[in-house]
Design a protein around this ligand. Sequence first.
Ligand code: CP
Ligand code: NVA
Length: 318
Amino acid sequence: MKEDILSLQDLRSDQILAMLDHASSLKNQFKTQGSNLKYLNGKILGMIFQKPSTRTRISFETAMLQLGGHAINLSFNDLQLSRGESIQDTSKTISLYADILMARVYDHKDIEQLSEYSSIPVINGLSDLFHPCQILADLLTILEYKKKLRGINMAFIGDGNNVCNDLLLGCSKLGINIRVSTPLGFEPPNWVVEVARTSARKNESALLITSDPTEAVVAADVIVTDTHISIGKENEFDSREKIFFPKYQVNDDLVKYAKKDFIFMHCLPAKRGKEVTSQIIDGPHSVIWSEAENRLHVQKALLIKILGDSSVHNRNHS
Ligand code: CP
Ligand code: NVA
């Protein structure tokens, strides 16, 4: 059966941990030997972007090149999708040429449809509901800086959005205590919170949703935020600004409740002065550049997990 990753619901905790471990060794190998060429020899990744991207696009394309494969960028406007061809036909067509598809879509239903009709694996590169690749990179970054995951206290401050949803799923699977603070009405969807609660109970971690950012940040090892205005929400700029700002800004006043050695994370792009101040995002606790770099390494591990290691295949047939 093909292996789709539409959210972190699609990965078990042991699979996530194995992937983080593999990502670390690939990162090491790349830094010491300068190449990972071979693992995905000749494999093709198709990438559909309905909305803009810097990190996701570049890190996936770079990952494929560095692993010996190739990535084809299919921006929405260049595809017949933009002229009304169905997702079903697009999906079936791409399956004829590529080995795997990564898509960034507005509506999560679109990626579910891509997955339903493609015969190749599909990875979610961000939908309105989830951002699994980002959270895998976040987990790798926490592991690097804190040397463990279980028992870590995470605070997410801001919008109960795609990033927050997959953080809830990922943290609760791995025994990370997570407190989410959003304005009333901007909480993550109930069903996501319920899935995460069940998983948190099983893994003996704590989960709290609160409208009080201070309550979330008390004793935090990791503070995470994201834009208050996600892609596609630009028309809500004025109303959101009034609701989120300044109460849900990560700033010096808020972080004084965290542990002294807390780390600050943000998936980027960031609006300095809005969800976070420059002092924090550019300050000594910030690990945003490791976080962005880790997109590359963790996605390599993800692609190899799904597509298999071509170097083994090539060795067996040489
Ligand atoms: N963090 C992230 O997904 O960045 P991009 O939107 O630039 O891809
Ligand atoms: N929540 C943000 C994440 C961007 C990577 C958005 O959806 O725009």
